[in-house]
Design a protein around this ligand. Sequence first.
Ligand code: SAM
Ligand code: SF4
Length: 329
Amino acid sequence: MLVDGFQRRITYLRLSVTDRCDLRCTYCMPERMRFLPRAEVLSLEELHRLALAFVDRGVTRIRLTGGEPLVRRDMIDLVRALGRKLGDGLEEVTLTTNGTQLARHAEALAAAGVRRINVSLDTLDRARFARLSRRDALPQVIEGIAAAKAAGLKVKINTVALKGENESELPALIDWAHGEGHGITLIEVMPMGEVEADRVDQYLPLDAVREELERRWTLTPSSHRTGGPARYFDIAETGGRLGLITPLSENFCAGCNRMRVTTSGQLYPCLGGGERVDLRAALRRDPGPEALDAALDRALAIKPERHAFRIDRRGEAPAQPRTMSATGG
Ligand code: SAM
Ligand code: SF4
């Protein structure tokens, strides 16, 4: 089993399958983002071996992410391979996507055993979407979400709350998601990687958003738990569920159950920490499980108690130099 120095059991892996993306969200990456050379990226076979090593050590849920997972050509092959492990140690394979390629892939994902997906959507306004993501792709994303629903996938919308940007639109987004039968989770922006804007100008604390929503609707704390950092509320008027992820305004690290592996096989035991273990070296050194197992034990030993995120001073360097897209958000 994977248990860290603070007695937290790791049962959840977020595995990045690519650092590339077809969007350039302003809070995620700079416009001129430099991607990894292909030689550094794990092969499909390596990703599969790595995932199985985590399952052997008690990981029951795997989320594929990136970058944009659906821009990787052999992504569906990996989902199919992991789908065959479902019911045999693995309980869930899921992914987080920006939705631009979902219309093409929704059926195949469902057929491979995916039941739920997270789709990131920060606005329903086409001009704002184009400004925020630097690509005019909102119609594709809406089409992708509809295709996912039609394929029987349960969709959760993820929305990064951005001061002065989608701030005024959050109630409309929640209303829309619930009307479509989707859950929605709001996320505080995290200081990862250098982007053009100052994080102070982007950061919108969710306690203030919640107060605003409570003036409009009746929010009741929900007993719903996913094992993740979100706290949930049921909204009486919309009939839907709202999640809040508050790394900055309310720390949740004590219940952390996860680790992240980048597309080049670097394991980060904490999203907000610099600690790292090179799993690619272990994978390539030793075809058996010993080197990987030893690397996982090293990661457990160095997993920090809590992240070091803060956004309180203008001009401050990011808590981590790597972007969310490079880490596997
Ligand atoms: N491309 C996919 C997508 O957008 O869903 C998957 C990768 S993306 C890095 C995963 C999630 O991280 C998205 O919901 C995105 O909005 C969020 N994200 C990216 N940069 C962030 C930041 N600096 N702070 C908080 N969330 C961020
Ligand atoms: Fe791409 Fe997702 Fe980052 Fe947007 S948030 S640039 S879609 S990786």
